[in-house]
Each structure stands twice: as structure tokens, then as C-alpha cells.
Design a protein around this ligand. Structure first.
Ligand SMILES: NC(=O)c1ccc[n+]([C@@H]2O[C@H](COP(=O)([O-])OP(=O)(O)OC[C@H]3O[C@@H](n4cnc5c(N)ncnc54)[C@H](OP(=O)(O)O)[C@@H]3O)[C@@H](O)[C@H]2O)c1
Length: 324
């Protein structure tokens, strides 16, 4: 992969900001940084330039909750016409006590995946990812299981109970927080990050052969704004306790470094989910082996549900497609 042009989503704070800074230090020639409003992301780009003393940051407005914003960002990238080597889909959030749905009827913590899907498919269709491009999307440890307070939905069981076994309909219900889904913020977050891991595996099967995609948990880095909407139990009890335990927290820079590390992985591990070892939240990341993550029916159901909610699919000429 060439270290030329990269695009990082969600750079106005936290890990996206830290990743953009690290990429500049590593010598990337242009770093397109995104934020929900142009004014804010222009400020971010100026701040990053001052911090790194490198004039390599291009601000781009991108609100992943709004399909029109994704379309405008894509139109701008098409106008520029320069392929991206590393697409870092970092934006995400832990939702709050009050359920929030976007105008398109998507639960707020699920919405970044829908916008990221629209962006990624748009770039692929416009031939704006370089032949050896790497795509990294932020997941989180709850997707692998074993995280107190953050359990994910058993999709096959939920599909059997409420959707006549149709997993695509079940995943769509989770994305929309629809009928029969009780809104519990931490569970919604765990489901969002699990659906990301499945989507990644399904996308890997659809990418042209030189490209690769990985889901990456940056690990625990509580010194960001990720839980700004979360309830008091998480903010003022769980996280302070976790922070007291050695090895349970790391700096945003250390966490963001995982994204850069994954960008150097080969096509042989494309589609996999990398996170802290079972029982851990920091330290070296490894490929997750839990059977639910490797369930092909759930992976394809997640892809089809995202296609249905976003209204955007990826189709190539048969010669380029790796999907059987
Ligand atoms: N920090 C951790 O411990 C941890 C652990 C595991 C995974 N993660 C994941 O890492 C990623 C980065 O989190 P962080 O800790 O850096 O949190 P953060 O400080 O809150 O930063 C999140 C960034 O994403 C942006 N964003 C969120 N939703 C968006 C949307 N719908 N459209 C456009 N931009 C959106 C935010 O912009 P606004 O400010 O405009 O909302 C912000 O720039 C997230 O995906 C998170 O789930 C974090």
C-alpha cells in the first residue's frame, strides 16, 4: 500500500484525531479529515496542522447520519478524483439513555455503519480506492462477548423467535431498534459493533483481490469523548473503577496506533476482527476466533440488512467479484 492519501472519519475528537496526528507523523502525504460540520472540521484540520507542523490535512464535511451529507462528501471526492490508499472508518458513539433515531429511522449508535457503508460503496463504485487499498473500521470488545454490562443479542435466537428465522430481518430490526427490540443503550452499542464485525467479513468477500478490510477494536481508551451520552452508571461508576485496574485503560495514541498497525496487514487476514485478547481491553490485538463472529449466515445477513437500510448495494462485473 502506498502511504499517499488517507481519509479518517470522526476526527473532531478522540481516536480519530489521534490517528490523523499519527498518520501525519508517519509521513502520509494527504490526510482527509472528516467531521459533521465544515466549520468544526476546518478547526480540527488547523489544530492538527499546528500540532504536527505539517500542512497535510484536508477538511471534509461528513455527517454519517445524513445520506445527503455522505452524497456531498462523495461528490467532492469524485471531483478531486484522487484514489484513497487507507480508508479509516473510525467514527462511532456509545448511545445515551434516551433512544435516538436518525431521520432515516436508524438507531444512533448503528447510524455510523450505514453512513460508512454508503461512503465505502460510493468510493468503490467511483473507482476511488487504490488497487491495494486498506479499509479499517472501528469495532469494540463487546462484539466478541465477555464484557460486563455490554452483552450483544443472540441474532439466530432472536430471528427464530420474532422473524421466522430470517436473520436479515432480525439484524434490520436491531439497526432500526424496531419492534421486539428493547432499547438498552449498552446492548445497542454491543449489537452495533457486532454487526460491524459481520459486515467487515461480508465486505471482504466482495472486494477486488488486492484490497483488504479489517474490523479493529482500538481497545479501552477512556480519555476520549466516546461515553459523553452514556448514563451515570457507566460514566461515574464503571469507567472510574475500570481505570483503577492496571491494564484496563490506555492512551488515545496507543489505541489509535492499532488502526495504523492493521493498515499494514495482508489480504490473507482480510475480513477478520482484531481486538484485545479475551478478558483484556488493552495490550496487543489479535484475530478473534469466537464462533459467532465467523458465522457466515450472520455475516451475510448483516450485509443484506445494511444494504436494505442504506438503499445501497455493491455490484461489480462478475469477473471482479469474489462472492460465490
Ligand atoms: N474510546 C474507547 O475506549 C473505545 C473502545 C472501543 C471502541 N471505540 C470506538 O472508537 C471510535 C472512536 O471513539 P472515540 O473514543 O474517539 O470517541 P469520541 O471522542 O466521541 O470521537 C468520536 C468521533 O466520531 C464522530 N461521530 C460519531 N458519530 C458520528 C456520526 N453519526 N457522523 C459523523 N461523525 C460521528 C464524533 O463527532 P461528533 O463530536 O460531532 O459527535 C467524533 O469526532 C468509535 O467508533 C468507538 O466506538 C472506542
Amino acid at each position: 500500500m502506498q502511504h499517499s492519501i488517507t481519509l479518517v472519519t470522526g476526527t473532531t475528537s478522540g481516536l480519530g484525531h489521534a490517528a490523523a496526528r499519527l498518520l501525519a507523523i508517519e509521513g502520509w502525504r494527504e490526510i482527509i479529515v472528516t467531521g459533521r460540520s465544515l466549520a468544526r472540521v476546518q478547526e480540527t484540520a488547523a489544530q492538527l496542522a499546528a500540532e504536527t507542523r505539517r500542512q497535510v490535512f484536508t477538511p471534509l464535511e461528513l455527517d454519517l447520519d445524513a445520506p445527503t451529507s455522505v452524497q456531498s462528501a462523495l461528490a467532492e471526492l469524485v471531483r478531486r478524483g484522487r484514489p484513497i490508499d487507507f480508508l479509516l472508518l473510525n467514527a462511532g458513539m456509545v448511545p445515551g439513555k434516551k433512544r435516538v433515531l436518525t431521520a432515516a429511522g436508524v438507531e444512533a449508535s448503528q447510524a455510523p455503519l450505514i453512513g460508512h457503508h454508503q461512503l465505502t460503496v460510493g468510493l468503490l463504485r467511483a473507482n476511488l480506492l487504490s488497487p491495494n487499498a486498506r479499509i479499517v473500521i472501528a469495532s469494540a470488545e463487546p462484539a466478541r462477548g465477555g464484557v460486563p454490562m455490554f452483552s450483544y443479542t443472540d441474532v439466530p435466537a432472536f430471528a427464530a423467535k420474532h422473524h421466522q428465522g430470517d436473520r436479515t430481518a432480525a439484524v434490520e430490526a436491531l439497526i432500526r431498534n424496531g419492534p421486539n427490540v428493547k432499547y438498552v443503550p449498552n446492548h445497542a452499542y454491543a449489537d452495533a459493533k457486532l454487526i460491524i464485525a459481520w459486515w467487515t467479513a461480508a465486505l471482504a468477500r466482495r472486494l477486488p483481490s488486492g484490497m483488504a478490510v479489517y474490523a479493529v477494536s482500538p481497545g479501552s481508551a477512556t480519555d476520549t469523548r466516546v461515553v459523553r451520552n452514556a448514563g451515570p452508571a457507566l460514566k461515574y461508576l464503571f469507567i472510574p473503577i475500570v481505570n483503577l485496574i492496571p491494564g484496563m485503560n490506555q492512551t488515545p495514541e496507543t489505541a489509535a496506533r492499532r488502526y495504523l498497525q492493521a493498515s499494514e496487514f495482508g489480504t490473507d487476514v482480510s475480513g477478520q476482527f482484531f481486538a484485545s485478547a479475551q478478558g483484556k481491553f488493552t495490550g496487543p490485538m489479535e484475530a478473534m476466533r469466537q464462533p459467532h463472529l465467523h458465522d457466515r449466515a450472520s455475516q451475510e445477513a448483516a450485509w443484506q440488512a445494511v444494504v436494505s437500510v442504506s438503499g445501497v448495494d455493491l455490484s461489480y462485473p462478475a469477473s471482479l467479484s469474489a462472492v460465490s
